[in-house]
Design a binder for this molecule. Structure first.
Ligand code: PEP
Length: 257
């Protein structure tokens, strides 16, 4: 049994006071859910991490960051290390989001260094993979997924891979209002799991959680979650409002497979 994981990627939204307000509202909406049944992860911008962590105290929600740098410390102006994220209360780190690949030069090599550093610090990487619309139209979806997985996880042992979360995020569905159909999501997730099985064996692959991300809303989460290989969601826009994120989390928690 894989534990459902719903994460909210707040991107570059929310000042500290706005972040605290959202967390308090989510606590009121979601307090009935058991953190043993579902991982609910909030990923605010760096500036709000500590305050969100304090506000999350004794709740069923956990903290994640949106990126990290792989070095332990040093003259790397503007960067933040894994130890700093852990110190701020993070348990999860999103790595290789398509916006970082598109706008900030993230590559499989940098993703790989970040995944290794995050695992070494005992944090959980949420490693994003996914194709652009052009790649899908040219029939390259599986090739891109395999390339992202094998590049991002290069030299990562089976023991380390136990703690991974993968997010399948078709780039054409992120922030566009277009969602993959449940069948499209399942097809990609199944391929991801099969690829992980070739790398780590089927037993381990069947325990790794794979989230879907791309315009997830309360209206489409149930159909996606019902798919065999979908274990949760990485939510962008809809995680910025209490009603929409709480509704997604509640609907996801109702899906029993
Ligand atoms: C994301 O940022 O990871 C994402 C999936 O965004 P959205 O839900 O807005 O498409």
């Amino acid at each position: 049994m894989r534990k459902t994981i719903i994460a909210g990627n707040w991107k570059m939204y929310k000042t500290i006071s706005e972040a605290i307000e959202l967390v308090n509202a989510l606590k009121r909406e979601l307090f009935k859910l058991d953190g043993d049944d579902i991982d609910i992860v909030l990923c605010p911008p760096f500036t709000a991490l500590s305050n969100v962590f304090e506000t999350l105290a004794e709740s069923n929600m956990q903290l994640g960051a949106q990126d990290v740098f792989w070095e332990e410390e040093g003259a790397f102006t503007g960067e933040v290390s894994c130890r700093m994220l852990k110190d701020a209360g993070c348990k999860f780190v999103i790595i290789g989001h398509s916006e970082r690949r598109q706008y900030f030069g993230e590559t499989n090599e940098s993703v790989n260094k970040k995944v290794k550093a995050v695992l070494k610090e005992g944090l959980v990487p949420i490693m994003c993979v996914g194709e652009t619309i052009g790649e899908r139209e040219r029939g390259l979806t599986f090739e891109v997924l395999e390339n992202h997985l094998k590049g991002g996880l290069k030299d990562i042992s089976a023991q380390e891979a136990e703690n991974l979360v993968i997010a399948y995020e078709p780039v054409w569905a992120i922030g566009t209002g277009k969602t993959a159909t449940p069948d499209q999501a399942q097809e990609a997730h199944k391929y991801i799991r099969r690829t992980l099985a070739t790398m780590y064996g089927s037993e381990l692959a069947s325990s790794i959680r794979i989230q879907y991300g791309g315009s997830v809303k309360a209206e489409n989460i149930s159909g996606i979650m019902q798919q065999e290989d979908v274990d949760g969601a990485l939510v962008g826009g809809a995680s910025l409002k209490t009603e929409s994120f709480a509704a997604i989390v509640k609907k996801a928690s109702e899906v029993i497979k």
